[in-house]
Design a protein around this ligand. Structure first.
Ligand SMILES: Cc1cc2nc3c(=O)[nH]c(=O)nc-3n(C[C@H](O)[C@H](O)[C@H](O)COP(=O)(O)OP(=O)(O)OC[C@H]3O[C@@H](n4cnc5c(N)ncnc54)[C@H](O)[C@@H]3O)c2cc1C
Length: 409
């Protein structure tokens, strides 16, 4: 028998679940299709399993897009469904939230999976039909309905739908069902996709320099990224030396600014290993210390820096001026990123110029997009779940208006 619904949401991740939750009862039948065997697998892994839902330092300045002249859309969508609306929504579902010193908002139980549970209970109590292990492999439009081909473990079926919302995420972390297939579904309606890059990701560096430092964490480092002489961005946070390069929250934040340049091998990081100590104090201390003839010169930075880093710096030069420069601007050449499999988000996606302010396609009426599949990515700190929420609310509101019962304004 042919299945017919008012709206089909493809993808039971954060934006898909939020969209389903915000579509009102009067709208008509809503079908939520998820290719994996559970809803919200990625949501349950967010924030190191603690669920960094949003950030109190909310605002469009924390977002990137490659679509020129379309920042107003981001601004409007965010201001219609803010960090406060997001928290209030989850409070209504029964959660409690608190923010840390960096403004990152978490559920008080610090369990990301509890966010998925609250949403799941809410959807199960409503009238959304949920189909798990159901992958959409094709969409067409016959002039009246979208015709979706859905593959399940047992069979293949076709669904007729008046509207379709693509909430398939990007192509970061494909073990959560996000391998970029949503872009292909969009391309069947002549949509384009901007260049895609992994973001919020570890960086590969010239291993000759950093490999020997593997495992060392520099707390609260100040890391600046340069392309040639041009400063791209400075961040503060932890930096961890690894087998392949560098990781840690300072690097994750920077990755959003440098990912598109890494292929050119033109990015250098300058790490201030002692941001709380001025160059003058360091210089005076080292000059004083170097007068001590009984001290092995190689150990000049002992008690000031991690010994391994200190010895590496001392190998480069024993001149105090140069040592200070190396401590305050420890240079590391970036050679790439760890790639989409390790990234938290995708930079790039469906251009904002191809959708209207409610995120409905300008190429095919009734086709909508929400979440990471669009050409919007946020900084580290809860901004990506916030975008998934705000964009999904915009779509749901548009669908609610479109399918208002007659006579209702
Ligand atoms: C490890 C990790 C930690 C993160 N931590 C944070 C954090 O703390 N805070 C934050 O703001 N952001 C975080 N992010 C980013 C955030 O999770 C995503 O930006 C957000 O989930 C995007 O929501 P979405 O609905 O667009 O996509 P997703 O949540 O990725 O959901 C897309 C869903 O679509 C399904 N799907 C794909 N194709 C099909 C298809 N053809 N048919 C049916 N289903 C399909 C997928 O299986 C998936 O379930 C993290 C990401 C990762 C990987």
């Amino acid at each position: 028998m042919m299945k017919k619904v008012t709206t089909t949401i493809i993808g039971g991740g954060f934006s898909g679940m939020i969209c389903a939750a915000f579509i009102e009862k009067e709208h008509g039948e809503v079908l939520l299709l998820e290719r994996l065997d559970r809803l919200g697998k990625k949501l349950s892994a967010t924030g190191n399993g603690q669920g960094n839902l949003t950030n109190v330092n909310f605002g469009s300045a924390h977002y990137f897009t490659q679509t020129l002249g379309e920042r107003d859309k981001i601004e409007k969508i965010l201001s219609n469904a803010t960090d406060k609306s997001l928290v209030q929504f989850f409070e209504k579902l029964g959660g409690l939230f608190s923010a840390d010193e960096r403004g990152r908002v978490y559920p008080t139980g610090r369990q990301a999976s509890s966010l998925t549970d609250l949403l799941r209970y809410h959807l199960n109590a409503g009238k959304t039909q949920i189909s798990l292990s159901s992958k959409v492999t094709d969409i067409k439009h016959d002039g009246k309905y979208f015709i979706l081909t859905v593959e399940t473990d047992q069979n293949q079926e076709q669904i007729y739908s008046e509207n379709v919302v693509i909430c398939t995420g990007g192509k970061a972390a494909k073990n959560f069902g996000t391998d970029g297939n949503g872009y292909l579904l969009a391309k069947s309606f002549s949509h384009t996709v901007t260049p895609l890059y992994p973001a919020l990701v570890q960086l590969k560096t010239d291993a000759r320099k950093t490999k020997s430092l593997k495992g060392i964490r520099v707390m609260n480092a100040k890391v600046s990224a340069y392309e040639g002489e041009r400063l791209l961005k400075t961040t503060r946070g932890d930096l961890i030396f690894t087998e392949y390069g560098v990781s840690g929250d300072a690097i994750f934040k920077l990755s959003s600014y440098v990912t598109q340049l890494t292929e050119k091998n033109s990015v250098t990081l300058c790490v201030d290993l002692l941001p709380e100590i001025s160059e003058e104090i360091l210089h005076t201390t080292l000059l004083e210390k170097s007068k001590n003839t009984s001290l092995n010169r190689q150990e000049l930075l002992c008690g000031i820096l991690n010994n391994q880093i200190g010895r590496l710096i001392m190998k480069e030069s024993e001149d105090v001026k140069k040592i200070v420069e190396n401590v305050k601007k420890f240079p590391i050449k970036v050679t790439g990123t760890l790639g989409f499999d390790y990234a938290q988000v995708t930079k790039g996606g469906i251009p904002l110029s191809e959708v209207n302010e409610q995120l409905e396609s300008k190429r095919q009426k009734g086709l909508y997009f929400a979440g990471e599949v669009l050409d919007v990515d946020g900084e580290c700190g809860g901004y990506n779940l916030q975008w998934a929420f705000s964009s999904a609310v915009a779509v749901a509101e548009s669908l609610n208006n479109k399918h208002k019962p007659r006579g209702q304004v």
